[in-house]
Design a protein around this ligand. Structure first.
Ligand SMILES: C[S@@+](CC[C@H](N)C(=O)[O-])C[C@H]1O[C@@H](n2cnc3c(N)ncnc32)[C@H](O)[C@@H]1O
Length: 295
């Protein structure tokens, strides 16, 4: 297994596999849509050595500050924006890239930093915003959404079988102010033993809603295709089945032997981390990598 030689506060997943499928070569232009703490970016840019024509995007202030330190003096371009907005600006500027990576979802600092309110394992405020400048937080979703909307959201984004029961418990117990309170309500709907924490689906649903994660992904995919240079490679790592489904269906719809298909699938099936990586980094367990190349 390729150990990340650089010390970062977020352990990048599927590093070997990303390097092997993207196959970065000297001079290639790289776009990292979710650069985070730069784990993937550092290794890829060391191979391309093309910092000046490469872009690192993240919508989290803290990640951008860390990226500024890590890449200081290299000339790489940093963009603090959501990846849809950033991709649209790059397209308008007629930029093309040989290598594009989207490593979706949250970073370790999101989960470990109590005040960010992403984790049911810590007691923090109900926040869950990736972009600290965004107005709407988990508090607004949990406390200001109607019962119907909340139940739908838990069902759609969390695939929560007890969505209505949990939505009812939430509306009856408002205001719900902390991650611990929200987790306790989900637990109330699932008494007894369960393999995963009973709040997992509720937290996933609220987080997806706060950060508009699925719409960002669906709308950005066609823009990413437009940003690919001929023979350019696009790799996407997803962390739950809702994201993976969107990526899979889009890649299939744009590939094949039709005269106007734009992509070649480089991964027929999604690539999962090896058992060794899963043991070493439990967060990697749900990761799935899909890669395509532009025709
Ligand atoms: C899994 S981490 C990426 C880690 C990175 N590959 C590394 O090696 O450090 C995901 C990052 O994507 C960012 N992110 C998630 N969705 C985003 C979006 N729609 N636009 C911009 N950044 C996003 C998060 O803030 C987080 O820093």
């Amino acid at each position: 297994m390729h150990q990340n030689p650089h010390k970062t506060i977020h352990q990048p997943v599927l590093l070997d596999e990303v390097l092997s499928y993207l196959d970065p070569k000297k001079g290639e232009r790289y776009l990292d849509l979710t650069a985070g703490y730069g784990g993937h970016a550092q290794l890829i840019l060391e191979k391309t050595q093309n910092y000046k024509e490469s872009y690192l995007v993240d919508r989290d202030n803290f990640a951008i500050k860390e990226l500024e330190k890590t890449f200081d003096g290299t000339g790489v371009n940093l963009i603090k924006k959501d990846y849809l907005g950033a991709s649209e600006s790059l397209k308008q500027a007629n930029q093309k890239f040989d290598l594009i990576l989207a490593d979706l979802g949250v970073s370790s600092p999101h989960l470990n930093e109590v005040n960010r309110g992403f984790s049911f394992n810590n007691n923090g405020p109900l926040d869950m915003r990736m972009d600290q400048e965004q107005k709407m937080s988990a508090w607004n979703i949990v406390n200001e959404t109607s019962f119907e909307e909340l139940a739908n959201l838990l069902w759609k984004y969390g695939e929560e079988p007890k969505s209505r029961q949990i939505a009812r418990l939430i509306t009856l117990n408002r205001p719900v102010s902390t991650t611990e309170e929200l987790a306790a309500l989900a637990k109330k709907a699932w008494p007894g033993h369960s393999k995963t924490h009973p709040a997992t689906r509720t937290f996933q649903a609220v987080r997806i809603a706060v950060n508009n994660e699925l719409d960002q992904l669906s709308e950005a995919l066609p823009v990413w295709l437009d940003l690919l240079a001929p023979a350019g490679r696009l790799a996407i790592i997803s962390f739950h089945s809702l994201e993976d489904r969107i990526v899979k269906q889009y890649f299939i719809s744009e590939s094949g032997d039709n005269y106007d298909s734009r992509l070649t699938l480089l991964t027929r099936h999604p690539v999962s981390p090896k058992p060794q990586e899963q043991a070493h980094n439990p967060r990697s367990r749900s990761a799935k990598l899909r890669v395509v190349a532009a025709k």
